[in-house]
Design a protein around this ligand. Structure first.
Ligand code: ZN
Length: 410
């Protein structure tokens, strides 16, 4: 097949949607279910209708558009999310949505008929920046998060997700449940440095790494920073500092591709003249290998126990969230690889270190992803950037992979 997407039109769409919620430095703030999100959604729906799609919205505000196939078969769905983190970039999420739209517009341009319908999806609140958990729209659809729990998620100001869906006009009527799908395909920026470093424009994503989240609370003795001699102190923050250091050492000890992060630290009372009485912290561990992640958790358990004992503090440690490694479907991964080969561009197999809607979709249908390079591996920042040549290759790979999975009818 020689048909291709329209690079100029794709670039224009990226520019136009990128202006909705644009920051002064050229980034994007389009928090889920904000006024900016509503304006972005309205624009996308207008474009989807313009491309002849039948548009529906489900009870989680996930937006779907479908182009009929030759037969009443399960559709091939392409998609991603349109929300961003605060002062994020213009590529994370929206690039996947716009490439999906461009692939469908290109099917129309070239008059391509497919046996399976081809559709696109825009999932609600993927980032988890405003409402937790992340990937809530696809999570409810996959049956992993109860709808009522999602509605009751509250942002920092106490505003309910369900109320915001209604306020911005995207509380749809379609049930948010799994339905038969031929495949789900998501194009996304890599958010890491590998593709750029290797000069490879297309990442054929084989799956998503295993992820574990833990919460540690250390209880010391809150006391005055002046009159309390050092020898009788039980400082929760000193124990926490030791845990932070040990968490950083675990990947070097275990090897492989394990990564570890303490991203959040809450210190009580957090004032200059009191010995910290309590510290709560987060520990994020990720590894392609579930067994190594288990070993990392056992090392963490021991590190916390030792740090608490040394400082004479007590603690609670909860490993409260775990997703096993998510492998993608061989036939979808294969379709992406063949599409890249047919374009004559280099590709390599890769695992995603970040969660995506594709992770939940993989639970309900054959799923795959396409990565395109991120400049300097950066994302969730205003500097996020992917060169247009790479975007074009990625969009063409998505277009061709979707065509082959949907089976060209003529
Ligand atoms: Zn994303």
């Amino acid at each position: 097949m020689t048909d291709a997407i329209n690079r100029k039109r794709l670039e224009e769409s990226m520019d136009a949607l990128g202006r909705v919620g644009e920051t002064p430095k050229g980034g994007l703030t389009r928090l889920a279910l904000s006024d900016e999100d509503r304006r972005g959604r309205d624009l996308l729906v207008e474009w989807m209708r313009g491309a002849g799609l039948r548009v529906t919205v489900d009870r989680m505000g996930n937006i779907f558009g479908e182009r009929a196939g030759r037969a009443a078969l399960p559709p091939v769905l392409m998609g991603s999310h349109a929300d961003s983190v605060p002062t994020g970039g213009k590529y994370d999420g929206q690039l996947g949505v716009l490439c999906a739209l461009e692939a469908i517009r290109s099917l129309n341009d070239h008059g391509i008929r497919t046996r399976h319908p081809v559709g696109m999806a825009i999932f609600t609140n993927e980032e988890g920046a405003r409402f937790q958990p992340a990937m809530i729209g696809s999570g409810v659809m996959a049956g992993k998060i109860p709808l009522e729990d999602a509605y009751n998620a509250r942002d920092r100001d106490g505003i309910r997700l369900g109320d915001e869906l209604e306020r911005i006009g995207y509380l749809g009527s379609e049930p948010c449940v799994p339905r038969p799908l031929r495949a789900y395909l998501e194009l996304h920026i890599e958010q890491g440095p590998i593709l750029e470093e290797e000069g490879v424009p297309i990442g054929v994503v084989e799956g998503i790494v295993a992820i574990s989240w833990s919460r540690l609370t250390l209880h010391g003795t809150q006391d005055h920073a002046g009159p309390t001699p050092m020898r009788i102190r039980h400082d929760a923050l000193v124990a926490a500092a030791e845990v932070v250091r040990r968490v950083r050492e675990i990947p070097a000890e275990l090897g492989g591709d394990l990564v570890s992060t303490v991203g959040r630290l809450d210190v009580t009372p957090n004032i200059p003249n009191a010995i910290p009485g309590r510290v709560t912290m987060s520990i994020d561990l990720r590894d392609p290998d579930d067994a190594r992640l288990d070993r990392a958790l056992r090392l963490l358990d021991r590190a916390v126990e030792a740090a608490a004992r040394t400082e004479g503090v007590t603690y609670e440690l909860e490993h409260y969230w775990r997703v096993p490694r998510t492998p993608f479907a061989p036939d979808v991964v294969g379709a992406v690889e063949s599409a890249a080969r047919s374009l004559g561009v280099r590709s390599r197999r890769i695992l995603s270190g970040a969660g995506h809607d594709a992770q939940y979709m993989a639970a309900i249908c054959p799923t795959g992803m396409i990565f395109v390079p991120s400049r300097a591996g950066r994302s969730h920042c205003e500097e996020e950037f992917t060169p247009m040549d790479d975007v074009e290759h990625g969009a063409n790979a998505l277009f061709r992979a979707a065509c082959s999975l949907a089976e060209r009818a003529e």
